[in-house]
Design a protein around this ligand. Sequence first.
Ligand code: SF4
Length: 354
Amino acid sequence: MPEAAMSHSTPQAGEMPEDVLISVRRLKKYFPIQAGWMKKTVGHIKAIDDVSLDIRKGETFGLVGESGSGKSTVARLMLRAYDLTDGQILFRGGNGEVIDLSDLTDRQMRTMRREMQMIFQDPYSSLNPRMTLLQLVGEPMLIHGVGSQGEIRDRVAELLQVVGLRPEYINRYPHAFSGGQRQRIGIARALALNPSFIAADEAVSALDVSVAAQNINLMQDLQEKFGLTYLFITHDLGMVEHISDRVGVMYLGRLMETAPTDQLFAKPLHPYTEALMAAVPQPDPRGNRTRKRVPLKGEIANAANPPKGCTFHPRCPYAQPVCGTDEPALRAVAGGRQVRCHFAEELTLTGVTT
Ligand code: SF4
């Protein structure tokens, strides 16, 4: 990896630019593959391999990629739902202090979770059907010992209003609500402890398009109102283009490209990004017809046995012999972008707005 790129993508421990809320550095998560009755470790699934990214205060960072690319694992590692195999996660707490989450014990991490929350994909299974809205939304406050019973009730009523639900619903159970409303209950719960960072994992993927759009608008309003920072994980490129300030593209546990959203969609620098964009039908800018969808060639490789060299090379239409032997590094390029391709400067790739 060139020196300049190295220093851009992996700054030293403890250093974090003032405008960054959370920074992951050289993050790795390997899951052991066990075999036989002795459960001997015979290999590892490299679910996340050397991911570095910064998310700035108040921005929405979109993480895209096919199923199996590792994007949800990155979010779970950031919130320490999984232990890291290696790497570092730096987070700027409410008092401005930078905390290395990778070193925290479970107990210390529980305190940090007041500032970091997650919204899950499935609004049906993520809410306990036996709990009322008061219990569901108030539970984080109860767990963290925040407020008396009366204060929790008032706060839950306020949060229901904030997410567009009537406070009178406070004693109802989730089954009385639609999928979109249940997702709003999940958002209210995530907001209960005034977090600064929310990771939304395919948060609106299970919803109808119009309901999803309403909830996305709600999330954008809440971001402005409460100064929230979002990590928005989705396989939906249209959604990510709409909501994100910057985007990271993941493939087989690695970041292939990061860029400001408009630049990424106008001019992708990585062949995988181009292929993802081509796989979504786009309106033809010259008329009302839809530009043809070009399905992505082949399947995502096995993370237990990734291809040598560039992990994307078996599917890449631009692959050269070196791509099968030498793994490209994620390196900084002009415009505050990063790319992991030997030939990024030589290729002229097609975006969706060209
Ligand atoms: Fe394609 Fe080679 Fe670039 Fe990988 S390094 S994306 S195989 S051109």
